[in-house]
Write a protein that binds this ligand. Structure first.
Ligand code: GLP
Length: 244
């Protein structure tokens, strides 16, 4: 779906999330959300915060799983996705801290494999993700599933692509400060979500959106794997859709 701008598109995504939360609440159930970071979902979170403050939308029955985190990363660092989520959403709504899950970038290397298995298992224990929101990197990554990622991959430690590290350089005061690795949910983990929404805004995403939607499915552009899903919707602004 193409929207005139990212603000209108983000409002619609926030509305979908709010409807899910309310429906689950009426059923006496938890809403299990898969969340993304980066600049793309910022207005979705802003709108959810507004709905919490002005419309009384409660996050008490919401459980969240974030897609990814840099590795190594101190959760208290300004660049961590923990800080990002706290600043943009969690500290501004009534979510129970025990219901928040973000990959831990501060664990020793030897513990990562077991930790990732546990992350995956926790998602399953909650009955899976109801709604997963995604941005897209210019390499075609979703989460941090860089080119070469397998469609059945699970949560794991990955090596970041050079372009991804260049795109992140501004946040870190130079590319050399960007971590070499990240922990990410896998393509397989993302696919298990009952509903997937991918968002992309502006001209610099137009070419990767064209590849993702129109080119052959291939691990060279991991987002093309989404063509194999029935339950996925792309929310684009006119600029991101301009090469389609
Ligand atoms: C980051 C995140 C992704 C995000 C992507 C796009 O590396 N790990 O989850 O979708 O890059 O970032 P942005 O939304 O800032 O364009």
């Amino acid at each position: 779906t193409v929207y005139p701008d990212q603000y209108l598109a983000s409002k619609e995504v926030a509305q979908r999330i709010a409807e899910l939360i309310k429906k689950k609440n009426e059923e006496g159930k938890k809403a299990i959300l898969g969340l993304a970071t980066g600049t793309t979902p910022i207005y979705v979170y802003k709108e959810l915060v507004r709905m919490h403050k002005e419309d009384g939308l409660s996050f008490k029955n919401v459980v969240t799983f974030n897609l990814d985190e840099y590795y190594p990363m101190n959760p208290a660092a300004v660049q961590s996705y923990v800080t990002f989520m706290n600043e943009n959403l969690f500290s501004k709504v009534d979510i129970d801290k025990n219901n928040i899950h973000i990959p831990d970038g501060s664990l020793p290397l030897d513990d990562i494999e077991e930790y990732c298995r546990g992350y995956e298992q926790k998602i399953n224990e909650y009955g899976g993700i109801d709604l997963q929101i995604l941005g897209i990197g210019r390499t075609g990554h979703i989460g941090f599933n860089e080119p070469g990622s397998a469609p059945n991959s699970g949560t794991r430690l990955v090596t970041l692509n050079d372009l991804t590290r260049r795109d992140a350089a501004r946040d870190f005061g130079g590319k050399s400060n960007v971590p070499m690795k990240a922990i990410t949910m896998g393509i397989g983990t993302i696919f298990k979500a009952r509903e997937i929404i991918l968002m992309a805004w502006s001209k610099h995403k137009a070419s990767i959106i064209k590849k993702s939607v129109e080119e052959e499915v291939s691990a060279d552009v991991p987002a093309t794997f989404l063509q194999l899903c029935d339950n996925v919707e792309f929310f684009l602004d006119e600029d991101a859709a301009s090469e389609l």
